[in-house]
Design a protein. Structure first.
Ligand code: IVH
Length: 744
C-alpha cells in the first residue's frame, strides 16, 4: 500500500469516511448477512484505512475497525462493578404458571392489561457493553451479577458489535447494552477440529465454546474464534430514555445493533403464550440456540413500578415448557449396523426410549465409525442426545462421570450383517484415499435389495402406497422379489398371502392391501420418466437432475447413450487439452518454432471444438443442471453390469413412461422467479413433491443441496445438515408459513 500524500486534516476526514463505510459494510455482512460489496472491495477499504493510520498514528482511536484484531495479551482480567445488577429471570413452565405471574402483576397494579414482548431466550453467555458518547468503551461478563470481568478487548473483536453508534444528533453520555455472545454450531465444530489437531481440549457445546473463548487473555485468539453477539435489553443509561421495550428494540435496530430476529408484541398472556410457542416452532430461523422464550412487559413505566421481587424482576419471566428442552440423557443399549440401498453400512445406536421435543426416540444414527471414535461412544454409556439443528436426533456427548468401566467399545464389523460378505472401503477417484464409509459390495445382498425396493416405492420415487420397509424386507426374505422390477411379476395371490410376521405369529398382508399395491404398480408403468429415473436411484441423481434428464431425453435408453451427456463430459476434458496446447502457455515456453506451429494449429482446432460444444450444450438445455462429473457418472453407470441389467429389465417391462411435465410459464413477479431454492425437512401442508412443483411453477430452480448459489432454504420439521449449512452460508431461511405466504 502506498503511503497517501495528504496532510493531517485531510487524513482525519478520509479516516472518518473510511471508518463509517467499513462499519456500514460490517453491519451489512455480519448482522444482516446481506453484503453489498465484494470481499475484495472490503479489503481494499480496510487496507486504505490501515495505510493512512500508519502514516498518522496519532489519529488511531480504539473505535477504529483496525483495532478489532486484538491487542496485547492481558495478565488477568480487571474486575468491574455493574452500574445496575445483571439479573436473572424466574422460570415458568405452563400457561397456568404464566397466569399466576399476571395475577401477581395485577395485585400490585389493579386493572392493568399488559402488552407483552416475547423474545427468544438465547443460550449464550451474558455480556454487557457500554457506549460512552456513542463509542464502544467497556465490555464485561455477567460474573456474579454484581461485578464481572472486563473483557473489553475480547468483545471488541466481535464484528457484530458496533464500535460507534451512529446517532443522528448528540450521542447519549452513556448507553449500556445487555445481551448474549454466542457461536454457531458449524463454527464450534471447525474450532474443535483445530483444537484437536493441536492436542488441546475441545468444547462440548456452543455455550462452552463461547465462554471458553471470552475467557481468553489473548484477544488475538478471540479474534479468530468467530463469535457473535445479540442484544435484548438495556442497563445503565445517561442522556437517553425509552417509554417501552418496543421502542428500545426499534432504536437498537436502527443503530445497527444486532437484536433478536424474531420478537413479538402480544396483548394479554394467552396471546403472548401463543407467540412463545410460535417462536419455539420457528427456532430454526435463528442462528443461535435458544433455551426457551422471555416474556416481558412492554411498558417501561410499569416495569419500574413493578420493580424487583427480592432479586428477580417482577416484569419479566423466562418461559420454558419442559417438552422444549432439547437435550435428554439416556442409556445406549447397543449399536447395530444397517445396510443401505447402495450397500453403505451405518452404525445405529439403540437407546432406552426417551421423549424429546414431541417424539419418542429409540434409535439414533451414528453416521460412521469415525464419529463413534471421535465422540468415544461405547455400548452401555450414558449419553446426552439432542435433535441436531433441532432436528434429527444425534448423540451429543457421553456423560463421562457415569462410566462404570463395564462399557464396551464398538468396532465396525468386518462383514455385512445381512449377507456376510466382506465389507470394503471404496477408493476415491484419485486412486489413493478411500471413502470413510464401509460398504457391502455384494449386489445380491438381501438388505440392499430390500432397501432398493423400498426406495423405488417411496414418495420421491414411484409412490407405491402400502409398500414400505417391512413389506420390502419380507418380499426379499420370502424370495418373491429381489429387485424393483420383480415387483411387476407379483401375483395377487402372492401378495395377498404375504406373511409380514413370523411363523408363530403370522400377520398376513391381505387382499385389500395387495390390490392397492398392484394397482399402484400398474399406474407406475405410465409414470413420468423423471419419477422412474429417481426411483431407480442412479448414482448422484437427485430430483432436480432427474427432471433435467427426463426433459432432455425420452427414455432411459436414450439417457444411456446420450450425446448430450457425452458433450458435457467432452467439453470438461477439452479445457485441459486447450491449456496444454496453448503455444503461449508457460509450459510451452522456449519450444522450437516448428513444434510451436503444430501446437498452434492444434490449439485452434481445439478452441473451435470448444465453441461448437458450448453452442450445442446451450441448445441441449442440460448443462446448467448436470455437471461433467455427474454426466460421466451416469454414462459409466449404464456401461456397468448393473446398469446394463437395469436397461435390460426396463426394456422387458415395456414401460410407457410419459414425458416429464412440461415447464409452465412462470410469473416474473413471483419472489421465487429465477431463484435457486432448496426444500428440507417435513412440511405440514405440502409434500416435498408439491413444494417443488409449486416452486417450479413460480419460476424457481429447485436444487437438491445447499451451496453458495442457493437463494432460499425452505425448512420443515426435522431439517438437518442442510439447515446448518445454510445458516453457515448466511442463506435466507423460510419456514413453512413464510414459504406459503411468498407463494401467495
Ligand atoms: S432479559 C431483567 N432477555 O437469560 C431482565 N434475558 O435468566 C434481564 N437471556 O441473565 C434479562 N435471552 O443472560 C433477557 N431475550 C432475553 C434473553 C435473556 C437470554 C439470559 C440473560 C439472563 C438470563 C435470565
Amino acid at each position: 500500500m502506498t503511503t497517501p500524500h495528504m496532510n493531517e486534516a485531510e487524513a482525519r476526514a478520509r479516516i472518518a469516511t473510511l471508518r463509517e463505510e467499513i462499519a456500514r459494510h460490517n453491519h451489512q455482512y455480519y448482522v444482516l448477512a446481506q453484503p453489498t460489496i465484494s470481499d475484495r472491495d472490503y479489503d481494499t477499504l480496510y487496507k486504505n484505512l490501515q495505510a493512512i493510520e500508519q502514516a498518522f498514528p496519532a489519529l488511531i482511536t480504539p473505535d477504529s475497525p483496525t483495532q478489532r484484531v486484538g491487542g496485547e495479551p492481558l495478565k488477568e482480567f480487571r474486575r468491574v462493578r455493574h452500574l445496575a445488577p445483571m439479573l436473572s429471570l424466574e422460570k415458568r413452565e405452563s400457561l397456568h404458571e404464566l397466569g399466576l405471574f399476571e395475577t401477581d402483576v395485577r395485585r400490585k397494579v389493579p386493572d392493568f392489561q399488559p402488552d407483552y414482548i416475547v423474545e427468544p431466550k438465547i443460550d449464550g453467555v451474558s455480556i454487557s457493553v457500554h457506549y460512552v458518547d456513542g463509542v464502544f468503551a467497556l465490555g464485561a461478563t455477567r460474573g456474579d451479577g454484581e461485578a464481572g470481568d472486563d473483557i473489553t478487548a475480547n468483545l471488541r473483536t466481535i464484528r457484530d458489535i458496533p464500535l460507534r453508534l451512529p446517532f443522528e444528533g448528540a450521542p447519549p453520555k452513556r448507553l449500556e447494552l445487555r445481551g448474549e455472545a454466542y457461536m454457531i454450531e458449524a463454527d464450534r465444530i471447525a474450532l474443535n477440529e483445530g483444537l484437536r489437531a493441536q492436542g488441546d481440549k475441545t468444547f462440548a457445546n456452543t455455550r462452552n465454546a463461547t465462554a471458553g473463548s471470552l475467557k481468553q487473555l489473548d484477544p488475538r485468539i478471540v479474534a479468530q474464534r468467530r463469535l457473535h453477539a445479540v442484544f435484548y435489553s438495556l442497563g445503565a443509561l445517561d442522556g437517553i430514555a425509552f417509554d417501552s421495550h418496543t421502542e428500545e428494540l426499534e432504536t437498537l435496530r436502527q443503530l445497527g445493533v444486532p437484536i433478536p430476529q424474531l420478537w413479538f408484541k402480544a396483548s394479554g398472556m394467552p396471546a403472548a403464550e401463543a407467540r412463545a410457542r410460535e417462536l419455539k416452532e420457528r427456532e430454526a430461523e435463528l442462528p443461535y440456540e435458544i433455551d426457551g422464550c422471555v416474556i416481558k412487559i412492554d411498558d417501561n413505566a410499569m416495569c419500574s413500578r413493578l420493580g424487583l421481587k427480592t432479586n428477580v424482576p417482577a416484569y419479566a419471566v423466562a418461559y420454558k415448557r419442559p417438552e422444549w428442552f432439547s437435550e435428554a440423557t439416556t442409556t445406549l443399549k447397543d449399536i447395530v449396523v444397517q445396510v443401505g440401498r447402495t450397500g453403505v453400512l451405518s452404525p445405529v445406536a439403540e437407546v432406552e426410549t426417551v421423549f424429546l421435543e414431541g417424539t419418542n426416540i429409540s434409535r439414533i444414527t451414528l453416521h460412521n465409525a469415525e464419529e463413534i471414535k471421535r465422540k468415544d461412544i461405547r455400548i452401555g454409556d450414558t449419553v446426552v442426545i439432542k435433535r441436531a439443528g433441532r432436528v434429527i436426533p444425534a448423540v451429543v456427548r457421553v456423560v463421562d462421570d457415569r462410566r462404570t468401566g463395564r462399557e464396551r467399545p464398538f468396532a465396525m464389523p468386518e462383514r455385512c450383517p445381512s449377507c456376510g460378505s466382506l465389507a470394503m472401503r471404496r477408493k476415491l477417484s484419485d486412486g489413493e484415499a478411500s471413502e470413510v464409509a464401509l460398504r457391502c459390495e455384494n449386489a445380491a445382498c438381501p438388505a440392499q435389495q430390500a432397501r432398493q425396493i423400498e426406495y423405488f416405492a417411496a414418495r420421491g420415487g414411484l409412490n407405491i402406497e402400502g409398500l414400505g420397509e417391512i413389506v420390502a424386507d419380507k418380499l426379499v426374505a420370502r424370495g418373491l422379489a429381489r429387485s424393483p422390477f420383480a415387483l411387476f411379476m407379483l401375483t395377487l395371490e402372492q401378495l395377498a398371502t404375504l406373511n409380514l410376521g413370523t411363523e408363530d405369529e403370522p400377520r398376513i398382508f391381505g387382499e385389500k392391501n395387495a390390490v392397492r399395491v398392484l394397482t399402484a404398480l400398474i399406474d407406475a408403468r405410465s409414470a413420468p420418466l423423471n419419477k422412474w429415473i429417481q426411483a431407480l436411484g442412479l448414482p448422484s441423481v437427485g430430483e432436480s437432475t432427474a427432471i433435467a434428464l427426463a426433459s432432455a431425453h425420452d427414455s432411459l435408453d436414450a439417457i444411456a447413450r446420450s450425446e448430450k451427456l457425452k458433450r458435457i463430459v467432452e467439453l470438461a476434458g477439452l479445457k485441459e487439452d486447450v491449456k496444454r496446447a496453448n503455444p503461449r502457455s508457460r509450459a510451452n515456453k522456449g519450444k522450437p518454432a516448428p513444434e510451436l506451429g503444430a501446437l498452434d494449429a492444434e490449439h485452434k482446432r481445439l478452441l473451435a471444438r470448444v465453441e461448437e460444444l458450448k453452442h450445442a450444450i446451450a441448445n441441449d438445455g442440460l448443462g446448467s443442471e448436470v455437471g461433467p462429473a455427474v454426466a460421466a457418472e451416469i454414462l459409466t453407470f449404464f456401461e456397468s453390469d448393473r446398469g446394463r441389467e437395469l436397461l435390460h429389465n426396463v426394456r422387458a417391462l415395456e414401460l410407457h413412461a410419459t414425458a416429464a411435465p412440461a415447464p409452465v410459464a412462470a410469473n416474473a413477479s413471483s419472489p421465487f422467479f429465477g431463484k435457486t431454492v432448496v426444500v428440507t425437512g417435513t412440511l405440514q401442508n405440502f409434500s416435498r413433491e408439491a413444494a417443488h412443483e409449486a416452486l417450479r411453477k413460480h419460476g424457481a430452480k429447485v436444487a437438491d443441496s445447499v451451496s453458495k448459489k442457493t437463494d432460499y432454504l425452505v425448512v420443515g420439521a426435522e431439517a438437518g445438515s442442510k439447515l446448518a449449512k445454510a445458516q453457515q452460508l448466511g442463506i435466507a431461511i423460510l419456514d413453512e408459513a413464510a414459504f406459503a405466504k411468498l407463494l401467495g
